[in-house]
Write a protein of this length. Structure first.
Length: 83
């Protein structure tokens, strides 16, 4: 039994090394995934801000269209009444 104990201990040590290596690789991959997730969240926030800025800049267009329409109606009524 004493002859097999060193081989068992050696195999356990090799297994431990393989597990440690696997965890190190997994940690590296998780760090990369976390970094990509953080970058994606930053990009999403920037896009949200840009969309909000576009929405705020867009509001005068319907108002300008309404004013232009009213001006056209006013000019048309003026021309009709001038005849």
């Amino acid at each position: 039994m004493s002859a097999s104990e060193p081989s068992v201990a050696l195999e356990l040590e090799r297994l431990r090394g393989a597990v440690d290596t696997g965890f190190a690789k997994l940690n590296g991959r998780l760090d990369v995934a976390l970094q990509r997730t953080s970058q994606t969240e930053t990009d999403i926030e920037e896009l949200k801000q840009e969309v909000e800025a576009l929405k705020r800049a867009r509001w005068p267009l319907p108002s300008l269209a309404a004013v232009t329409g009213l001006a056209a109606i006013g000019l048309t009524l003026y021309e009709i009444s001038a005849r």
